[in-house]
Design a protein around this ligand. Structure first.
Ligand SMILES: [Zn+2]
Length: 417
């Protein structure tokens, strides 16, 4: 048995998933060699070809493993990279999704009787909102579905319905804090105990709080939990109360974290997250390359659990910016702007110039164009990025409408043109 495939039971589950897709998915029937699948061993598993995002996008319906009349939900990927892809879920997949989310909530200390306020989309074929809803029901807790945006509505509900846990995009919490300050709401005297954060990192590479989390905690004494998930895996990595990386749910996902040569990275090192789904019926994926780069921790967590954990996503393989001879991942740009309380909204545009080089333009609110903070921002860019991008200043409401778009599930902080 290889070091990473820890037990026969884990391998058995993995082997069942591979047999299942080889039988039912037109894509995998040709993607995997029949001989390898027939006599599968942990070593042979490591020789199976990867599945890329492009494979899934180009052959979307060939991944479907059930007749269409067994599809209970059609969900789509967020479309942050390329064309949205549909993931088909059966009724059993919905049960699996609810179980995943219940167990994720339990990692954060949530229990029956808690009241959750959902500040994300639940419609528009969005899996996460649906997963949260199913998980809350599975936990025997309460759910208030407010949806994204509208700080006034969120606060009315918090004061009226007294939720204990919020589910939110962390940068939206900054808007909630601003609204509370302007309207004399004492945020530290409410029922809210913790926030399950989605969509953006709240930790640095060393698992300490990043500038966004620090900015929230400067005003609001709530426990923040980081999560990492994707529609394709239909499962989440969620932090426990030790905040030492998001725990893998070992019954639902088989995890590999690989270097550029396809080898497992050592404990604490970074690599690409590659997942195989366990127990899915509609759209199972085997050795799926997520493109997300993170550190993996395989030592025991202070909470006592031994499941592997992943740190914050350091970058996405397709979001690497090559700018004037340096390589930049978007989070290092976010940090410069998230750390300045004067900046409440910004957007990064990455485009190619006529020579094919990446250029970076930062859209900012015009009220800060002549303020002293701009000098500091330029100094930060020189120090942290080693280059100064272009700046464009826009009217505040217009810029907000370009970042918090109604049809988008996350703030659109960056766009690759
Ligand atoms: Zn833990």
């Amino acid at each position: 048995m290889s070091e990473i495939i820890k037990t026969t039971a884990v391998f058995q589950q993995l082997a069942e998933s591979i047999q299942y897709v080889s039988k039912h998915s037109p894509f995998y029937q040709t993607h995997f060699s029949k001989e390898t699948v027939k006599e599968l061993t942990p070593e042979r598993f490591r020789t199976l070809p990867f599945t890329s995002k492009e494979d899934l996008s180009l052959n979307n319906t060939d991944f479907l493993c059930v007749p269409t009349n067994q599809i209970a939900e059609y969900v789509t990927t967020s479309g942050t990279s390329g064309k949205p892809v549909t993931i088909y879920l059966t009724k059993n997949d919905l049960i699996r999704l609810g179980k995943n989310e219940k167990e994720s909530f339990e990692l954060t200390g949530a229990k029956a009787g808690d009241v959750f306020q959902l500040m994300t989309t639940i419609d528009k074929q969005f899996m996460a909102g649906l997963a949260y809803y199913l998980g809350v029901q599975e936990l025997n807790a309460g759910m208030i579905r407010i949806g994204p945006g509208v700080p006034a509505l969120q606060w009315n509900s918090i004061l009226e319905n007294k939720p204990t846990i919020l589910i939110a995009v962390p940068s939206f919490l900054v808007n909630l804090i601003d609204y509370a300050k302007q309207n004399n709401i004492d945020i530290n005297q409410t029922s809210v105990r913790s926030v399950i954060c989605i969509g953006e990192p709240i930790r640095e590479d060393d698992l300490s709080e990043n500038v966004l989390a620090k900015r929230i905690h400067a005003d609001w004494n709530v426990e923040l939990f980081s999560t990492y998930a994707s529609t394709e895996m239909g499962a989440a990595f969620t932090e426990c109360t030790a905040h030492q990386g998001g725990h893998l749910n070992e019954g639902l996902i088989y995890l590999e974290v690989l270097d550029d040569d396809g080898k497992d990275v050592p404990n604490g090192e970074k690599g690409e997250i590659v997942i195989s789904t366990l127990g899915t019926e509609g759209t199972p994926l085997i050795r799926y390359k997520t493109g997300d780069v993170a550190r993996v921790y395989r030592d025991a967590c202070p909470c006592g659990r031994t499941s592997p954990r992943v740190g914050p996503i350091i970058g996405r393989k397709n979001q690497m910016i090559k700018f004037k001879g340096t390589t930049i991942f978007p989070p290092s740009i976010y940090e410069i702007f998230d750390s300045r309380s004067e900046v409440s909204c910004y957007k990064i545009e990455v485009s190619k110039d006529y020579l094919g080089h990446d250029t970076i333009t930062i859209l900012l609110e015009n009220r800060i164009e002549h303020s002293p903070v701009m000098t500091q921002i330029i100094e930060d860019c020189k120090a942290k990025l080693r280059v100064v991008p272009h700046f464009v200043f826009l009217e505040s409401d217009y810029l907000r409408s370009q970042v918090f778009k109604n049809h988008m599930r996350k703030p659109e902080k960056i766009i690759f043109k």
